[in-house]
Design a protein around this ligand. Structure first.
Ligand SMILES: NC(=O)C1=CN([C@@H]2O[C@H](COP(=O)(O)OP(=O)(O)OC[C@H]3O[C@@H](n4cnc5c(N)ncnc54)[C@H](OP(=O)(O)O)[C@@H]3O)[C@@H](O)[C@H]2O)C=CC1
Ligand SMILES: CC(C)=CCC[C@@H](C)[C@H]1CC[C@H]2C3=C(CC[C@]12C)[C@@]1(C)CCC(=O)[C@@H](C)[C@@H]1CC3
Length: 334
């Protein structure tokens, strides 16, 4: 196959909505779904094919929290495809999250209520763990695993005559103050999600600097607040259902309450229609929904210093060297 579109984490949430929307736009695309649960992935493929019988959908096993799995998936993808037009870096976790209800209530009565409700600043903490690769799980899953995959797929992504686009799912919860170059895996703090999403923004900026001249472009999207398994891990789904009328009211004050995966995928779908050369490396593309439910994309400047982005990129390269050197196991599919 000459060209394809590779999407990570597709059987639920924003990833699944994205696949459906891409096939609605163009049923002729070659879609490759990279997922860690092959049973769910097979069911997803069947659902996509039921709606688009002539679509070309393939599956590859990928667990972005395991280097062995990433290397195996990358070599499998290189066997199957000669070029990737789009790579959607969408897999993400927010494990063991605690809500600070005291901060939520006092924040609601402050001048910062809308900012707090759209960014969750000061509201959430996570308990992170360490993966079998010896890395912080949130960092490896949300950023580093994707980074290694990109590096392994360079031959399919870097072709000057045919540009490729990396599209990362970041978050408006990404926060500079949660991230530190000294502890970029966030092993000491309690805001691993915010840190990993800020690290995503930094990585995208640096990747543009290093790869644009080779025909590879990177962009970052924010899907807004979307009801998915990720948000059901923060509060139970019945609680979110009770909150739904309140959230429709909040839509009058902020356009980031996209709420459905379909709405949340708006910026990703919009980016596919853009010429990558015309995009600004320091801009984040936000999926937005109006109070009446209309979708649109808003561009906002990232809170990123290009020099920090470069220093972080060099740290990622160093870590890549270390972990690949440590990996002695022969590669085999799981
Ligand atoms: N929901 C929201 O409000 C927002 C979400 N986002 C981001 O959107 C992205 C998609 O999340 P969303 O759709 O909300 O949530 P979901 O939980 O529905 O989707 C997350 C996906 O990531 C997959 N995943 C997690 N860990 C791994 C792994 N180690 N290897 C491979 N796949 C993995 C999950 O697979 P599995 O089912 O096997 O766990 C799942 O398919 C994430 O990056 C998230 O941070 C950003 C802003 C807001
Ligand atoms: C909506 C009301 C009235 C109550 C819910 C309070 C919080 C649980 C909720 C408020 C802002 C939300 C939020 C997120 C999670 C749930 C909140 C903290 C996210 C962090 C979810 C994932 C993301 O990536 C962010 C974009 C979300 C930001 C807002």
């Amino acid at each position: 196959v000459d060209s394809a579109l590779l999407s990570l984490a597709c059987y639920s949430g924003i990833g699944f909505a994205l696949c459906k929307r891409l096939l609605q736009e163009d049923a002729g695309v070659q879609l490759c779904l990279a997922c860690r649960n092959m049973q769910k992935a097979t069911a997803t493929k069947a659902m996509l094919l039921a709606a688009h019988p002539s679509a070309q959908v393939s599956l590859v096993h990928l667990d972005v929290s395991s280097l062995e799995s990433i290397l195996w998936a990358a070599s499998e993808i290189q066997h199957r495809f000669q070029h990737l037009d789009y790579l959607f870096l969408n897999a993400g976790i927010m494990p063991n999250t605690h809500v600070n209800f005291k901060a939520l209530i006092s924040g609601l009565f402050s001048g910062e209520a809308v900012h707090m409700l759209s960014t969750a600043e000061g509201l959430l903490t996570q308990e992170d763990s360490v993966t079998s690769d010896g890395l912080q799980e949130v960092f490896e899953t949300n950023l580093f695993g994707h980074f290694i995959l990109i590096r392994q797929l360079e031959p399919l992504l870097c072709r000057l005559e045919k540009p490729s686009q990396l599209i990362w799912t970041s978050s408006s919860n990404a926060r500079k103050s949660a991230f530190s170059l000294m502890d970029y895996q966030h092993s000491k703090g309690k805001e691993s999600y915010s840190s990993s999403k800020y690290a995503t923004d930094l990585a995208s900026v640096a990747l543009n600097k290093h790869f644009n001249k080779q025909g590879l472009y990177s962009s970052v999207v924010c899907p807004g607040l979307v009801m998915t398994n990720l948000t059901y891990g923060i509060l139970p789904s019945f609680f979110w259902k009770l909150l739904m009328p309140v959230m429709w009211i909040i839509r009058f004050f902020t356009n980031t309450y996209t709420l459905t995966p379909y709405n949340g995928a708006e910026a990703q779908v919009w980016l596919v229609r853009q010429k990558p050369e015309s995009l600004d490396a320091l801009t984040k593309y936000h999926s937005c929904t109006s109070p009446l439910g209309g979708n649109y994309v808003e561009s906002r400047k990232m809170d990123v210093d290009e020099e920090i982005a470069e220093r972080f990129y060099q740290k990622l390269l160093e870590l890549e060297k270390q972990v690949l050197a440590r990996l002695t196991v022969p590669l085999s599919p799981k």
